[in-house]
Design a protein around this ligand. Sequence first.
Ligand SMILES: *Cc1c(COP(=O)(O)O)cnc(C)c1O
Length: 222
Amino acid sequence: MTIAHNIETIRRDLPASVKLMAVTKQVSVAQMREAYAVGIRDFGESKIQEAQAKQQELADLPDICWHLIGHLQGNKVRKAVQIFEWIHSVDSLKLVQQIDRVATELATSPNICLQVKILPDPDKYGWTIPELLADLPQISDCEHLKIRGLMAIPPLGLTLAQTQQFFEQTRDLSHQIAQQPGSNLQMSELSMGMSGDYLPAISAGATIIRLGSILFGDRLKP
Ligand SMILES: *Cc1c(COP(=O)(O)O)cnc(C)c1O
């Protein structure tokens, strides 16, 4: 199947409220152009260097919106703020504050998703629910950030019902945060759902799904 066909097939069933981000780690720029040709404008990358190289090769496509979806190290914050409009993988207060400082210096205001761990997961970064609730006042103080919502990835091995519940808990947490007294966090986006679980994510209210292998085929295993 072609990339265009895969995209059209998925798009046919997407509610208008859901944005389809193409995750293009390990995907060639030629394949990215195929996705662009059928209307994809949101591209997600997990590594700064790979994204930067692709941005140079795709410089003739000016209206791409670039999303960082991989863990961000403190020493790469400046570069990340320079080359991404969205950072979905913001996973600690320290990182939020670093991004805010750099955004202030660069006079920009990146879109941020806060990565949460709804269930314990040793393989993932992110706030636990109590940690995130405790950090909210300081997150709200970061005036140069557009805090758009939560990002979550379910742990491996959940049943469909557990996956559904995981996404619903993420949505409920987002509502809870938006309603905190004094909260200035809009929390209008929910970045959740990948190739294997985007349907339950959408049922639970995802607004941005991040699809890689279902569009481009399997990646090499690391
Ligand atoms: C790789 C990746 C995806 C896409 O995964 P697929 O299963 O290939 O759709 C989505 N989100 C994040 C954070 C990723 O690292």
